[in-house]
Design a binder for this molecule. Structure first.
Ligand code: NCD
Length: 303
């Protein structure tokens, strides 16, 4: 039995197979409409989510399966003090696969150790968000044609943004990728990530102004300042609008650059950018459903 805790749990060859399957699902949805009949997905969300939880639910429903779960720790037995290990033992009796989001880093891993069913990490604190990374990789592969050979700018909250940490970890396995980290001093990418890049001899640069590097980028990954992980409101208020991508800034970019964002967006991308053909974030959310369908099939060994 396999779980998904980090994007690195799959080799790049396995990821290729997963993305091929997601592509087939995109083009032949009817073929998969009953693939998970009789199977149940449990979504155990101890932290707010719209996209991730609903895209898992949509994915399982589109595969002909069913969904149970909770979307808030307060409405689960966690509020009575039940441990994640106990909860997953119970969920293992009720469902065939579980997607878990938790504010504590490592909680889904603790659950996986005690689980009799595959557990998918749907985001653990500021740590990892592997299914968002699978979504990002599938989007890049589908819209750019390949993974590798590009300069990617990651902009915003690089300190607390788990989607950023997961994506960098996953991208270092591909050839010829250059990273530009665009953030205020206070929200720089953690040292453990830059140490890893140095160790692997991978090129990166840290800058503050988005405008300065815009013309170099093939991909721009915008992120929200992670309000819920700040220790004080004052710092959040000071930093929340540090970057706002608008049409004027986008005019400095290459014609075929893509703007990605894991969403939800707050102010960091102005709505005027939505109609620019380079804005790919809503298409990205659609790819999130296909890749989660492929992942469920793979972990249930139905593919
Ligand atoms: C992200 C997350 O939860 O980390 N959202 C998502 O799953 N698409 C990004 C965010 O909340 O900013």
């Amino acid at each position: 039995m396999r779980h998904l805790m980090s994007p690195l749990d799959f080799s790049t060859e396995e990821l290729d197979r997963l993305f091929d399957l997601a592509g087939d699902i995109e083009h032949n949805p009817g073929k998969y409409a009953h693939a998970c009949e009789g199977k149940i997905l449990a979504t155990c969300f101890y932290e707010p989510s719209t996209r991730t939880r609903l895209s898992f639910e949509s994915a399982m429903t589109r595969l002909g399966g069913r969904v149970i779960g909770f979307s808030d720790a307060a409405s689960s037995s966690a509020s009575k003090g039940e441990s994640v290990s106990d909860t997953i033992r119970i969920i293992s009796c009720y469902a065939d696969i579980c997607a878990m989001r938790h504010p504590k880093e490592g909680a889904p891993m603790v659950a996986a150790e005690k689980s009799r069913i595959p557990v998918i990490n749907a985001g653990d604190g500021g740590h990892q968000h592997p299914t968002q990374t699978l979504t990002d990789l599938l989007t890049i592969r589908s819209l750019k044609g390949s993974l590798g050979g590009f300069t990617i700018g990651l902009c915003g909250d690089l300190k607390f943004g788990r989607t950023v940490h997961s994506l960098i970890n996953a991208l270092v396995r591909y050839e010829d990728i250059r990273f530009l980290f665009i953030s205020p001093e206070e929200l720089k990418v953690p040292d453990y990530i830059t140490d890893m890049l140095k160790e692997k001899n991978i090129s990166y640069e840290e800058v503050i102004r988005l405008e300065d590097v815009m013309p170099q980028l093939d991909l721009l990954y915008m992120t929200r300042v992670q309000k819920e992980r700040f220790f004080n409101e004052e710092d959040y208020v000071r930093l929340k609008d540090f970057y706002i991508l608008d049409a004027a800034k986008l005019s400095l970019a290459k014609e075929d650059m893509l703007v990605l964002h894991p969403l939800p967006r707050v102010n960091e991308i102005s709505v005027e950018v939505d109609s620019d053909p380079r804005a790919a974030y809503f298409r990205q959310a659609q790819y999130g459903v296909y890749v989660r369908m492929a992942l469920i099939l793979t972990l249930l060994e139905l593919a």
